[in-house]
Design a protein around this ligand. Structure first.
Ligand code: ATP
Ligand code: MG
Ligand code: MG
Length: 567
């Protein structure tokens, strides 16, 4: 990983530690388990866990599971696995639903302090009373209920006496505030739905802003980092913690101790979301792609989910470097996807061993070697790193080359093989194309070439200058593999912007995957899933983590060697 460039949140942490405001920092990553994590989440993960790591602090993984309807265990498990895959370890694994009793006691305290009331308006009426940006709201007719009546009604809400949606508990703040979030926001609603963690124990559920601020305080989060859309919610976050000093409320002590929580006041800091071109990232849209069968699943190698990105072969190191280099600011921006691909290339260029593979084979026979000629060549695994050692590669007089490395009628500047022309066959020597063999349709099916025997490695003509070098695999030695060649999932840079009545679904790239049978050098015979290689000249490839088996290889192309879109 590259060193951390400074950013405004990191500077706040440095200043707070220097000022002695905290002995250690405590952060958290708080996903809602209602979908799989995507590249945007990687920013939040790297930021929260990265700061804790750098400053010897702690970072919790907290499932924000206060909404009973949409959350599933499948997502919980996947999120844990994805965070670990990115290379991070949580100090504590927490569930906001573990705090239901604490949230409840805090609500009782608000009622006792005259800061919350039970409101009988329905959702539509609440909206009508709330006002607009230009118009102040009107107080609810239930706003002045007595403490005793509020306590009674709230407990009956909890006991299940009332229907869903018939009553809410609302904060009593300011119906004329310029910030609509402060116009007596709901703190609790009635939902008679079982919850995946707490079952039917509760039928009142806390609202996001209230639960989030309190969860942070219960866990002693020092820096609560969230995306910019919560900036307008910060006054409510602060109101909750001003009204409920949970670190100093005797009625919470036993429950905090039971949960081994050390509460403290937290501070919310917002940063801009990570957006990438040529992608959609919202969970809702990704879910629709999965449900409508437009991709093979959440872990389709074209998906911007962490599962998809992993399946595609991207490394956690590349992702972390990408996020780090993207920086942390309050400016909204859309980053180029190619920046991420470049991080992958940088990482794999250094780490991936080289191999030869041919994805679109054209037979080439060397006519001046005996037809049954075979030999074993020793090739280095990495041109810039001797420690990666060498391997044996079988060579014989019939090889496959890449069809695009030959042209009968070449355009200007084509430095590969042409009729009568010469090219270096990687690690073998210089060959000359003497003859073409075509099938009945006129398609070239075989090249017959002579090998300049003096040009073989170690020979007197080995250094003879020649423009092009092409790769190959030996026909008798090669193994076959399924290879999936991926392209962008969307054809436009901004598939999220609906225009001309079209939506992101109209911009799906129909050619985003092509599956071919390729010929590989035999050293790739018995390798594990998730092994990454550079196939010379073709790109970086990974054995598919689900479908690959030794003996039945399946490779995904991670990316090409150069940005094929760059102008
Ligand atoms: P989505 O909008 O895709 O459904 P979300 O924000 O609802 O995402 P959460 O599970 O609530 O998803 O997100 C967990 C954390 O990840 C939150 O702190 C959220 O702010 C952060 N996060 C989500 N998307 C991004 C993004 N694109 N860039 C940076 N952080 C993000
Ligand atoms: Mg969210
Ligand atoms: Mg969401």
């Amino acid at each position: 990983d590259t060193p951390v460039p400074n950013h405004f949140i990191r500077q706040i942490v440095i200043d707070d530690l220097e000022a002695g405001k905290h002995a250690v920092i405590q952060t958290r990553f708080p996903p809602e388990p209602n979908g799989y994590l995507h590249l945007g989440h990687a920013k939040s993960i790297c930021l929260n866990f990265g700061l804790a790591q750098e400053f010897n602090g702690r970072c919790n993984l907290r499932f924000d599971d206060t909404n009973p309807a949409k959350e599933e265990q499948e997502y919980v498990d996947a999120i844990k696995e994805d965070v670990e895959w990115l290379g991070y370890h949580w100090a504590e694994l927490r569930h906001a639903s573990d705090y239901f009793e604490l949230f409840y006691r805090c609500a009782v305290r608000l009622i006792q302090d005259g800061k919350a009331f039970v409101c009988d308006l329905n959702a539509e009426e609440v909206r009508a009373y709330r006002g607009t940006l230009t118009e102040p709201g009107k107080p609810s007719p239930y706003r002045d209920r007595s403490v005793a009546e509020n306590l009674d009604l709230f407990n009956r809400m909890k006991a299940g006496e009332f229907d869903d949606g018939s009553r809410t508990l609302r904060a009593k703040i300011d119906m004329s505030s310029g910030n609509i979030n402060l116009r007596d926001p709901a703190l609790y609603r009635i939902r008679k739905v079982s919850h995946q963690n707490t079952g039917d124990a509760w039928c009142i559920y806390p609202m996001y802003d209230y639960a989030h601020a309190l969860s942070d305080a219960f866990e002693g989060i020092t820096h609560s980092l969230c995306t910019l859309e919560f900036e307008d919610h910060r006054p409510l976050y602060d109101w909750c913690l001003d009204s409920l000093p949970v670190w100093n409320m005797p009625e919470l002590a036993d429950e905090l101790a039971r949960l081994q929580l050390k509460p403290g006041r937290s501070r919310q800091i917002e940063f801009s979301r990570l957006n990438l071109d040529f992608l959609v990232m919202s969970k809702r849209k990704l879910l629709a792609l999965v449900n409508d069968g437009l991709v093979s699943g959440w872990d389709d190698a074209r998906m911007p989910t962490l599962r998809g990105i992993r399946r595609r072969g991207y490394t956690p190191e590349a992702l972390r470097n990408f996020v780090r280099n993207a920086g942390v600011t309050k400016q909204e921006s859309v980053l180029e996807y190619s920046l991420l691909e470049n991080e992958v290339r940088n990482d794999l260029d250094a780490r991936a061993e080289r191999r030869m593979a041919v994805i679109d084979p054209l037979k080439l026979v060397i006519t001046n070697l005996p037809a049954d000629h075979q030999e074993t060549l020793t090739l280095s695994n990495h041109p810039k790193d001797e420690t990666k050692g060498q391997r044996q590669v079988g060579f014989a007089s019939t090889v496959y080359i890449e069809r695009e490395d030959f042209m009968e009628v070449p355009p200007k500047g084509f430095h590969r093989l042409v009729p009568g022309g010469e090219v270096r066959l990687r690690s073998v020597g210089i060959i000359k194309c003497e003859e073409l063999i075509k099938d009945a349709e006129g398609q070239v099916i075989e090249l017959r070439c002579s090998l300049d025997l003096t040009s073989r490695p170690g020979g007197p003509g080995a250094d003879r200058k020649i423009k092009g070098t092409i790769h190959w695999v030996s026909a008798v030695h090669a193994i076959q593999a399924e290879v999936r060649l991926y392209d962008r999932l969307f054809t436009v840079a901004d598939p999220d912007d609906d225009r001309d009545g079209k939506t992101y679904r109209d911009y799906l790239n129909p050619d985003s995957v092509r599956v071919v049978t390729a010929y590989l050098e035999a050293s790739l015979q018995d390798i594990a899933p998730e092994s990454r290689y550079q196939f010379e000249r073709l790109g970086y490839f990974v054995t598919d983590r689900l479908d690959h088996q030794p003996g039945k290889p399946v490779f995904n192309r991670i990316c090409t060697l150069r940005d094929s879109y760059a102008k």
